[in-house]
Design a protein around this ligand. Sequence first.
Ligand SMILES: [Zn+2]
Ligand SMILES: [Zn+2]
Ligand SMILES: [Zn+2]
Ligand SMILES: [Zn+2]
Ligand SMILES: [Zn+2]
Ligand SMILES: [Zn+2]
Length: 462
Amino acid sequence: MGEMGECSASSKPSDEIWAKLVQSDSRYSDVEIRSDEGEICSEISATSSDKHSWCKIVRNSDLCSATMENKSSNAILVDGAEVGNGDTVVIKDGSEIVPGPDREGFVSYRFHIMSSPEACQRQLKICVDVEHAKCSICLNIWHDVVTVAPCLHNFCNGCFSEWLRRSQEKRSTVLCPQCRAVVQFVGKNHFLRTIAEDMVRADSSLRRSPDEVALLDTYASVRSNLVIGSVKKSRKRANTTLDDQSDGTNHHCPQCVTVVGGFRCNHNTVHLQCQACGGMMPSRNGSSVPQYCSGCDRSFCGAYWNSLGVTRSGSFPVCSSDTLRPISEHTISRIPLLAHENNVHEQNITESCIRQMGRTLPDVISEWIAKLNNKEIDTTRMMLNHAEMITARTSVCSDCYQKLVSFLLYWFRISIPKHLLPPEASTREDCWYGYACRTQHRSEEHALKRNHVCRPTRGSQF
Ligand SMILES: [Zn+2]
Ligand SMILES: [Zn+2]
Ligand SMILES: [Zn+2]
Ligand SMILES: [Zn+2]
Ligand SMILES: [Zn+2]
Ligand SMILES: [Zn+2]
């Protein structure tokens, strides 16, 4: 006769049982789970009455699922799928759990949640890609997330606060660490915070150590919504007087002050903030002069002010025309860091191919821009908005131009027959995961050994 299994956790007997592991063989008792987080200690095989601690079950905040972590050295079967040692899986009411790699000889449990079904139905289920919930400074899931405006990017409070402190030491404007837009506001984002906390709870591998979290919290300085500096023309000390503030934001735009090219802003004019210099320009919908980059839909002032003959003066931030211009007018002198998924080895190979062919990078790029113009290239992998519309005459920002060049270099590289590659590269086999391979970023050896400028043939959705 088997004994009753146990859920080892510091649960008080008064805690309500919220879930059970029910054995398929009714001679055995159920394992009752009271604590929100408990390690399960019970028989794992039908032939032994020894109790082993073999998994940990953590209640999820939706109250109708839990996360099971395999704490045993065996694989565990959950609804027929193997969960390896240390891996986690979400289990639901009715999930079948077998604490061994095959059914044979192992006890089978069914997970049963006691809470009322109504409680579950009230929860709206959403799917979020964890990659979209990561801070671009520390690359972890947001902790105490803050949102900056106007670009609305999100960061850990601690990470952004450190960035803010360093920016303020150096310069008057604070740029978004993700997109370089001037940050005017930052505030805590309570909605995203809940989502981030749920994610970390659902997958313990996303969790940081308590020490890391504590350190991050010591950096955190955003307590409520902050107005960060402004795009004012001159540097002012933090303790600006009322007079300084009363000149308002309109003064950041030259056309608010004076008629330029027959136009002057009025109090209703909608302004766009340039994402490069932080300056303001009136939104001129009817104008043929581009105010947005077609690759990223962000606004840049260079082309607009250039068309009106307005240049940077002491009083207004105004970009030079190179922040936004037609693709054919951009220049390139070196292979972008983004090229070949940031793989430096592949970039070097491409560079030496260009050299061996007696060509230059600008020459190769203009050849491939011509092919793009003639719709000879498949644009599905071009990481720009409106990719199918892009031609040599499309205006883009410098960032988008670098992305475009990287895209074209991919096509250039795969057009080169293998025997024309440098000797060390010509004998390499393609990595199965192709450009999507993650190991190329982690292992120098792997990056050298396999070609990664190719399509994935395995393990990928591409
Ligand atoms: Zn962070
Ligand atoms: Zn941003
Ligand atoms: Zn204006
Ligand atoms: Zn752009
Ligand atoms: Zn600008
Ligand atoms: Zn690889």
